[in-house]
Design a protein around this ligand. Structure first.
Ligand code: SF4
Length: 554
C-alpha cells in the first residue's frame, strides 16, 4: 500500500506526471517572510472558521472531482491548506498542499487520482501551526493496513494522550496527527490473520473513547469510508445519497453540489461505516457522555446560509435573529444596513420587523480572499478599506442601524464606524445578532486570547464608546436560540457564557494559554474561568482612553 504526500518521489506514474509541474507540493514548512500579515478577509469581527471535511463512496464515479467540488463548497471553513486521499481498492493516494482548493488541485492532478472512494479536507488551523506538515488528510501505513484521516475540530487532551502514548516531542505535530498515530498503533496490534476488512473500525473503537474535545472525522482505508462525530456533535457532519453512492460532508450545500440529497445528520457519538454493502453504525462512546452540543455559531456565522442544521435553514434562522433583535432593541432610524456579508440576513430581518427601509451602506470588494504581507501594523487600517468602502450617497445625513452577527476583537468594527461617520452618517446604531463574545473557543476556533476579546472585560457602554456608536445592543442568548428554530436541540454556547461542555484542562497545549498571560483556573463543574491579565487588554485600554461618543446604553 502506498501513501503519497507531496510532489516528489512519486510511485504512481500518471500522478507523477500530473504533479511534475508548478503545483508540486513543497516538502518543507512554509514560513512568512515578515511578521505582519494583513488579512483583508472579515476575520477580526467574526470568529475564524474551523475546517471542512468531505468524503465520497461512489464506484465507477470520478471521486476526486466530486471531492474537489465538495471541498470547493466548503472552502469558507478553511483556506490555509487543502488535500484529499483517494483509493482504488488497493492503493491510497494522498495529495495535499498549502492554499485554496483551487490552488492545490488542477485538472491533471484530479484526472490522475482515480478510485471509487475518497476523503477531503480544507484547513483552518487551531492546534498545530499552518504548515504543509499539518495539512490534511494524514496518512499512515502499518503492515498490511493503511488509512487516511481528516479532522474538523480540536482536542483538549492532546498533551495527555501524547504523554500516555509515550510520544517524543516532534513525533506528531497536531491533535489530528496524534489521532492518526494512535489509530496506527492499534492497527499494528491487529492479528495477522484478521483480514475481515474491519481492522480500521476496531482500531477506532479503541481510540475514539479516549479523545476529549471536538471532532468530526472522515477516515478511509482501501475499501471503507468512515464518518465520526464526537459525543457532543460540536461540529456538523451529514450523510447524503447520490444515484451512485454515499457522501459525507460538513455542510449540506456540499451534498447539493455533487448531486447528492440529504439523508440525515451523523448523530453525536456515532461512527458511520460505508462500504460496498451500504452503511452501518457503531457507537463506541459511553452513552452517558452523549449530549448534543452543536456549536451555536454554526447558525450565527460559520455555516453557509443555504445549509441546514437541526432541520432548519440557516439563512432563515439569521433573518429571525434580526427580527428578534428589532423586537428587543428598536430604534428610530432612516435605514437598516447589514455589514457585508455576515450581517446582511439579520439586517433583512431587522428591517422587515421594524419597518425601517433596508439599504446598502458599505460596498464589499468582491475580489478579496487572499492575504498579503504588510510592511507594518499601520497597514492593517488600510485592510478595512480594502474590503469595505462606504456608499456615501446612501449614508450621508442618515440615522443608520448597522447590523452584524458578532464582534470579536472590535478593531474592524471601530474602523468601519469611523468610515460611516466620515461618509456623513448622522447617527450609527449598532445591533449585533448574538450575545457578547467573551470566552475563547477551545473546540476548533482560534479566537485568540481572552485579552483580545472586546467583550471579555468591557461593559456594553464601554464597548459602545470604543466603537464610537450612538447605541449598541446585542441579541440575548435565549432569543438567539429561539431564532435557530431548534432551541431545545442542544448547543454549545461556551464563548458566550463560559460554560464549557468539555472541561478544558489546565495543561491544555494551546499557545493561547501560554502566550497571553491568561492562566486558567477552574471553579465549579465544567466552567472554566480565566484569570485575566489586564495588561493584555488592548481593546479595553483603548476604550477607556478614547473619547465617549455614545449617548445611550441599551
Ligand atoms: S465555544 Fe463558541 S465557537 Fe466554540 S464550539 Fe462553542 S459555541 Fe462554537
Amino acid at each position: 500500500m502506498i501513501g503519497l504526500v507531496g510532489g516528489s518521489d512519486l510511485p504512481n506514474p500518471p500522478l507523477a506526471a500530473a504533479l511534475s509541474g508548478a503545483r508540486s507540493a513543497p516538502a518543507t514548512p512554509v514560513t512568512p517572510a515578515t511578521p505582519v500579515v494583513l488579512d483583508p478577509a472579515p476575520t477580526e469581527e467574526t470568529p475564524g472558521h474551523e475546517c471542512g471535511v468531505f468524503a465520497v463512496y461512489a464506484p465507477a464515479q470520478p471521486v476526486s472531482h466530486l471531492t474537489y467540488l465538495g471541498l470547493y463548497a466548503l472552502q469558507h471553513r478553511g483556506q490555509e491548506s487543502a488535500g484529499m486521499a483517494v483509493s482504488d481498492g488497493h492503493t491510497i493516494t494522498v495529495v495535499k498542499d498549502m492554499g485554496l482548493v483551487s490552488n492545490v488541485f488542477d485538472d491533471k492532478t484530479l484526472a490522475a487520482l482515480t478510485g471509487h472512494l475518497a476523503i477531503g479536507h480544507s484547513r483552518y488551523s487551531t492546534t498545530g501551526s499552518s504548515t504543509w506538515r499539518n495539512a490534511q488528510p494524514f496518512y499512515r501505513n502499518v503492515g498490511d493496513h493503511s488509512f487516511a484521516l481528516a479532522h474538523n475540530g480540536n482536542l483538549v487532551n492532546t498533551e495527555e494522550l501524547a504523554d500516555e502514548a509515550g510520544m517524543l516531542p516532534g513525533m506528531v505535530t497536531s491533535d489530528s496527527d496524534l489521532v492518526a498515530e494512535l489509530v496506527a498503533r492499534e492497527l499494528a496490534e491487529e492479528p495477522e490473520a484478521s483480514h475481515d476488512g474491519r481492522a480500521l473500525e476496531r482500531a477506532l473503537v479503541k481510540v475514539l473513547p479516549r479523545l476529549k474535545g471536538a471532532f468530526s472525522f472522515v477516515i478511509m482505508d482501501e475499501g471503507h469510508v468512515i464518518g465520526v462525530r464526537d459525543p457532543h456533535g460540536f461540529w456538523p457532519l451529514c450523510l447524503g445519497k447520490s444515484e451512485h453512492g454515499w457522501v459525507l460532508a460538513s455542510e449540506t450545500p456540499a451534498l447539493d453540489i455533487v448531486g447528492a440529497h440529504f439523508v440525515r445528520e451523523i448523530e453525536p457519538g456515532e461512527v458511520l461505516v460505508i462500504d460496498a454493502t451500504g452503511h452501518r453504525s457503531v457507537r463506541p462512546f459511553d452513552e452517558r457522555a452523549v449530549e448534543p452540543k452543536l456549536c451555536l455559531f454554526e447558525f450565527v456565522y460559520f455555516s453557509r446560509p443555504d445549509g441546514r442544521l437541526y432541520g432548519q435553514n440557516v439563512h432563515q434562522a439569521r433573518v429571525r435573529m434580526g427580527e428578534l433583535l428589532a423586537d428587543q432593541f428598536p430604534v428610530d432610524a432612516d435605514m437598516v444596513m447589514g455589514v457585508p456579508e455576515s450581517g446582511i440576513p439579520a439586517a433583512e430581518g431587522y428591517a422587515r420587523r421594524s419597518g425601517i427601509p433596508q439599504g446598502q451602506g458599505l460596498v464589499k470588494n468582491r475580489y478579496i480572499g487572499r492575504t498579503f504581507i504588510a510592511p507594518n501594523q499601520e497597514m492593517r487600517a488600510l485592510g478595512v478599506r480594502m474590503k469595505l468602502n462606504p456608499l456615501r450617497e446612501n449614508i450621508a445625513g442618515k440615522r443608520l442601524v448597522v447590523v452584524d452577527d458578532s464582534i470579536v476583537r472590535g478593531t474592524t468594527t471601530r474602523a468601519m464606524v469611523s468610515m460611516l461617520r466620515e461618509a456623513g452618517a448622522r447617527e450609527v446604531h449598532m445591533r449585533i445578532s448574538s450575545p457578547p463574545y467573551k470566552w475563547p473557543c477551545y473546540y476548533g476556533m482560534d479566537t485568540g486570547t481572552r485579552g483580545e476579546l472586546l467583550a471579555a472585560n468591557l461593559e456594553i457602554d464601554e464597548i459602545r464608546d470604543y466603537l464610537g456608536v450612538d447605541t449598541l445592543a446585542y441579541l440575548t442568548l435565549d432569543r438567539l436560540k429561539v431564532a435557530t428554530g431548534a432551541a431545545g436541540a442542544g448547543f454549545c454556547d461556551a464563548c458566550l457564557t463560559g460554560n464549557y461542555p468539555v472541561e478544558v484542562p489546565v495543561s491544555l497545549s494551546k499557545a493561547v494559554l501560554e502566550k497571553s498571560g491568561c492562566m486558567p483556573a477552574r471553579d465549579a463543574g465544567s466552567t472554566l474561568t480565566l484569570v485575566f491579565d489586564e495588561a493584555a487588554a488592548l481593546p479595553a485600554d483603548a476604550a477607556r482612553q478614547g473619547p465617549s461618543r455614545g449617548r445611550s446604553n441599551e
